[in-house]
Design a protein around this ligand. Structure first.
Ligand SMILES: *Cc1c(COP(=O)(O)O)cnc(C)c1O
Length: 350
């Protein structure tokens, strides 16, 4: 395999706007504090608008949509979604339009913040829909909008994880695994564990599939932001299989090939606990890096907790793949302002 480490996805339709490879950094002060050898893969520096794990996948998604003549992208997610922000940014970069559907806001007078503010700046057509719809109902609403846009002469596509977008997200991280492998080889490091955030699970699915395919040792640990481990592992297996088929790989990912940590979901999606806030501060103050409160605070906390409990052995080499999400920091001011409560990290909250 070529040393540059980006071969598996060769031949997939693609546009180029990501800054690759993303850096793999040593973190000496954090490593010392945690008693491990921590390396940080900076996916938050992947380019486009503010970086993050969606940049890579949108290169593939927009590559195939552009080939089909698509000029308008439709997507639904939360009002602070990184996915919607990056779809708006990628649309702008490629001369397309973005129609972003979000659940109707509780306070229509509130000044937009974080990603929601970036949707406006990036020129997206933001439409509020009824909150609390099922996945099927959301797809139906998106189909309706697609019909409306097509009647107006646009060529519109829906970017939803149940459609091609899910496969694009997964193959993008098969390629990221290949890139990481070549970076690790170049510095002579072998991982004992690879930690990454898991939302719907496409990113961790691709990373785990890619590392397995390449024979890279080290357990992949996905830290869940919302879903319990069992259903998430089922979704991951399915996404990995779809990606393996697209790429023509014979490797299949089984649920035993990775670990999902769902210890931090009780507070609810996007809720930052005092221990999560302390993990954010810990990583910021010992590495000068801000991890996002929705996904990566849980990952930082899992690394701290597992290093403290011995679940990660002393001296183990741990790769932490930071998936970005920075703008959410600015919607969690109340949780993060001030110097913080000393010792919050030490106490286990139920
Ligand atoms: C979307 C996102 C994730 C989760 O990716 P999935 O593929 O849905 O698991 C993790 N971190 C950040 C910052 C994200 O924006």
């Amino acid at each position: 395999m070529e040393r540059g480490g980006r071969m598996i996805c060769q031949g997939q339709p693609r546009v180029h706007f990501a800054h690759l490879p993303t850096p793999l950094e040593k973190a000496p002060l954090l490593s010392e504090a945690l008693g491990i050898n921590l390396l940080v893969k900076r996916e938050d520096f992947s380019g486009l608008c503010v970086g993050g794990n969606k940049t890579r996948l949108l290169e593939f998604a927009l590559g195939s949509l552009r080939d089909k003549g698509v000029d308008t992208l439709i997507a639904h997610a939360a009002a602070q979604s990184n996915k919607l922000r990056d779809i708006a940014a990628a649309a702008a970069r490629c001369g397309m339009e973005a129609v972003l559907m979000i659940p109707a806001q509780q306070d229509p007078e509130a000044v937009p913040q974080g990603n929601r503010l970036l949707f406006d700046i990036l020129g997206a057509d933001v439409r509020e829909i009824e909150p609390g719809l099922t996945a099927e109902a959301i797809l139906a609403v998106q189909e309706e909008v697609r019909g409306e846009l097509e009647r107006a002469g646009r060529r519109a596509a829906i970017l939803d994880r149940h459609l091609d977008y899910g496969v694009d997200a997964t193959i993008a991280y098969v390629e990221a695994a290949e890139e990481l492998d070549s970076q690790l080889r170049a510095i002579g490091e072998t991982p004992d564990a690879v930690f990454i955030a898991a939302g719907a699970g496409m990113t961790v699915a691709g990373l785990a599939l890619g590392l397995k395919h390449l024979g890279v040792p080290g357990r992949v640990v996905g830290v869940s932001s919302a879903s319990a481990a069992a259903p998430l592992l089922m979704a991951i297996e399915w996404q990995a299989e779809r990606a393996a088929k697209r790429l023509g790989l014979s490797t299949r990912l089984a649920r035993d090939d990775l670990t999902i940590v769902d210890d931090y979901i009780a507070a609810g999606y996007g809720q930052l606990t005092p221990r999560g806030a302390e993990a954010v501060r810990h990583f910021a103050r010992l590495h000068g890096m801000t991890v996002d409160p929705v996904y990566n605070a849980n990952v930082a906390l899992a690394i701290c907790d597992q290093a403290a409990s011995g679940a990660i052995q002393r001296g183990a080499t741990v790769v932490y793949v930071n998936t970005g999400g920075g703008p959410a920091i600015f919607t969690h001011g109340a949780d993060l302002a001030g110097r913080g409560e000393k010792g919050a990290l030490a106490r286990r909250t139920a």
